[in-house]
Design a binder for this molecule. Structure first.
Ligand code: NAD
Ligand code: GLY
Length: 368
């Protein structure tokens, strides 16, 4: 069982291979990219302990050096980034070599950025190991780290040369991380494919429970949608902003909760999608049924949906709106939101009345 999605970006084109058991043949897939039979792999300690030996075996005759960084979002900052770049230099990784990012979105983003700046740019391969990374972060070339001022504020566009999404790796993923990744899957249905959302309503419970064929279909459809948007707008001049449905809320909540275990990125996306649909409905853009359906599905899946699902204190509405002002979609000081005319009909909106935004947040905070 294997699917291939092409990301057609001219000289920067690449394939996303999705399937079961891909790790075992990683060497054969990567070998055509190599000038010499040697790769540098960066992973995190959790993924390394579980799966690095299998990757080593799958690479066959290719030599591998590896570094494992601490697991978790707090790794995605300057200290571990410097450590990764310096390690790659110590390993004498050359301009024509290939670096492998083996992990979730944290490792993919950090290692991709390290590859972008190392010797002014080396190629890299993404081997995503979380649902979130397989459906979203490994595809499209957004790389980077967090700054004290906010999420993903330091980075570069640097496309991978190949993505190998082995869905068997999801078998060891804790349920919380799987459901967080599901936030990004449901996002695709909500932003542009109502039929996919219908399909998820029926099939996502069995997909989350481990059905391989359903996982293959969910990951493949998500990657197809991401690839279509990235091909239209690689550097986010327009349509790519749609992929940020739920993210303006999410990034503010992640900042407010300290980028830690209180709120995982994908959990923030799910809550953010529910808030974006609520805001859309209050602005009269979509029916009352739409936000209810979004919330009901997320709830049925066991995802976080409400601000009440985030443990601990949160700042008030004004402070949250202040945190949103650091969003990368801000233009000329004007916040831009991804809103929706209905399920599968998202668009970018720069005219959100401040009082309505305040009311949505204030009501959401009141349920805590
Ligand atoms: P993550 O990389 O922190 O992984 C989540 C946890 O799962 C970690 O503890 C990790 O060690 C563990 N893990 C990973 N694979 C595992 C496996 N197969 N088995 C067991 N444990 C495993 O988090 P994530 O949710 O994958 O990614 C979140 C990050 O992705 C955020 O920083 C977010 O900003 C970024 N992101 C980037 C893009 C992009 O386009 N570049 C898109 C979406 C999200
Ligand atoms: N995850 C948002 C993007 O890749 O543009």
């Amino acid at each position: 069982m294997r699917e291939t999605v092409a990301v057609d970006l001219g000289a920067r084109s690449y394939e996303v291979q999705i399937g079961a058991g891909l790790l075992a043949t990683a060497g054969a897939e990567i070998a055509p990219l190599l000038r010499r039979p040697r790769v540098a792999v960066i992973t995190d300690e959790t993924v390394g302990a579980l799966h690095l030996a299998a990757l080593r075996a799958g690479l066959g005759n290719i030599d591998m050096v590896s570094l494992a960084l601490p697991a978790g979002e707090s790794t995605k900052g300057w200290p571990q980034f410097s450590r990764a770049v310096e390690w790659l230099l110590e390993q004498q990784v050359e301009r024509k070599d290939v670096v492998i990012a083996f992990g979730g979105g944290v490792i993919g983003d950090l290692v991709g950025f390290a590859a972008a700046v190392l010797r002014r740019g080396v190629r890299f391969v993404q081997i995503p190991t979380t649902l979130l990374a397989q459906v979203d972060s490994s595809v499209g070339g957004k790389t980077g780290i967090n700054a004290p001022q906010g999420k993903n504020l330091i980075g570069a566009f640097h496309q991978p040369s190949l993505v190998l999404a082995d869905i068997d790796l999801l078998d060891t993923l804790p349920t919380r991380d799987l459901l967080a990744g599901y936030g990004e899957v449901v996002k695709y249905g909500l932003l542009g494919d109502a039929a996919f959302f219908d399909w998820l309503e029926t099939n996502a419970p069995a997909m989350a429970a481990g059905d391989t064929a359903l996982r293959l279909r969910a990951v493949t459809r998500s990657v197809q949608m991401k690839a279509e948007i990235v091909v239209r707008d690689e550097t986010e001049e327009g349509d790519r902003a749609l992929l940020n449905l739920g993210h303006t809320f999410c990034h503010a909540l992640e900042k407010a909760t300290g980028y830690g275990p209180r709120l995982l990125h994908g959990e923030g996306v799910a809550i953010g999608c529910a808030l974006a649909f609520e805001l859309s409905q209050r602005m009269g853009l979509c029916s009352q049924e739409a936000p209810s359906r979004v919330r009901a599905h997320l709830r049925a899946m066991g995802c976080k949906v409400d601000l009440a699902d985030i443990p601990g204190d949160l700042p008030g509405p004004e402070a949250l709106i202040g945190l949103m002002a650091q969003d990368k979609k801000v233009q000329d000081g004007q916040m831009r939101f991804v809103l929706a005319h209905g399920i599968g009909k998202a668009f970018v909106c720069a005219d959100v009345p401040g009082d309505l935004l305040h009311d949505v947040l204030s009501d959401a905070l009141a349920t805590r």
